[in-house]
Design a protein around this ligand. Sequence first.
Ligand code: HEC
Length: 135
Amino acid sequence: MRAAIMFIPLFAGLVACMPMKDAVSTPTGADDYADMCATCHGPAGRGDGEVARDLGVAAPDLTQLAALNGGVFPKAQVMSQIYGYARDGHGGSDMPAFGELLEGETVLVDTGDGIATPTPLRLVQLAEYLEALGR
Ligand code: HEC
């Protein structure tokens, strides 16, 4: 009897976990930013993250990307920068810590040259998140 009572909450817990697993399979730009970028670039993108402070590296203020580009967010450039970082490492480390950003679903993006290029969804979401941070 006691064993059966203990089993019920366990089973309910398992069921509760299943749909959640699907929901997190593609993180949002905000999720990826918080997980992978905020430590250096700061929670709001201002370059004041803890790791950057500890390492003594200056992580750029990502809220100024549009302002530094004549008021236009340099989306293509930012995506290719993040792409490069994801492949080859970033922030003083040679470890390609963001490689997973390049995996999974792709979407067609025209970055201004009129050509729709298949681009990793998480990369696009991150660039859009950074664009929104600067507004
Ligand atoms: C270990 C600290 C660290 C982490 C983590 C980090 N960055 Fe950076 N980031 C830097 C530093 C330092 C620079 C400036 C030097 C360079 O380009 O490597 C930089 C530069 C950049 C630039 C170029 C800014 C400019 O002025 O053109 C972008 C865009 C950027 N990071 C985005 C990101 C994104 C997106 C993430 C998360 C996927 C991320 N960074 C994670 C440290 C970090």
